[in-house]
Write a protein that binds this ligand. Structure first.
Ligand SMILES: [Zn+2]
Length: 198
């Protein structure tokens, strides 16, 4: 039986049961999820939003949106594309997206039309010639210490972290970033940091 590695979750799968999306092959689960999530909001194809599929819960989004509005934030630097990207674009925010998963970056660019800059996770994101008032860091299980270090160089005021991990906190807090607000939902944990001058 011919097997192939799923471009999304990297698990081996039966080639006859994969879904072809663009030039990628996805296992049954990832194919199902991608076809029903990425780009479907922007293209108005989805009746329901897939809240909490490793992404924001609805309440988290309401909280984040209120925070952006009350602080006059218009542009955002984001580490990791996904549901939050589409939600932000629908509200006309300017979003600059960095993504370490090449398959996801390409798929998002094509299906959402968002320009996503791909980088290698082991190397970290490239230096940008601009700072953003707020950045959003999504934290996969293995952490994103490089992204946290990058964010404190490229963010003026707020960092919003999804499930902040010790390796990220140990970079952000000594650099003068103070946790100002936390939100704990059954799905995950979110924390806002604000830059304070020493
Ligand atoms: Zn998969």
């Amino acid at each position: 039986m011919a097997t192939v590695e799923c471009s999304m979750c990297k698990s081996p799968c039966d080639i006859k049961k994969t879904t072809n999306i663009l030039e990628f092959q996805l296992c049954g689960f990832c194919g199902w999820l991608m076809e029903r999530s990425v780009g479907t909001m922007i293209q108005s194809k989805n009746m329901k939003i897939l809240w909490g599929q490793r992404s924001l819960e609805k309440q988290d989004w309401i909280e984040l949106k209120s925070f952006l509005r009350s602080n006059g934030i218009k542009s955002i630097l984001e580490y990791g594309v996904g549901l939050s990207t589409e939600l932000l674009l629908l509200e006309d925010y300017e979003v600059f997206s960095l993504e370490c998963l090449s398959f996801y970056a390409q798929m998002f660019s094509r299906k959402v039309g968002q320009n996503v800059l791909h980088y290698e996770a082991e190397i970290g994101p490239p230096e940008l010639n601009k700072k953003y008032p707020l950045s959003i860091i999504d934290s996969p299980k293995n952490g994103r210490a490089k992204e946290a270090a990058h964010a404190i160089r490229h963010t003026e005021r707020f960092i919003y972290m999804h499930n902040p991990l010790e390796d990220q906190i140990s970079i952000i807090e000594p650099a003068g970033w103070v946790p100002i607000k936390s939100l704990s939902q059954y799905h995950g944990y979110y924390r806002f940091y604000e830059k304070r001058e020493a």
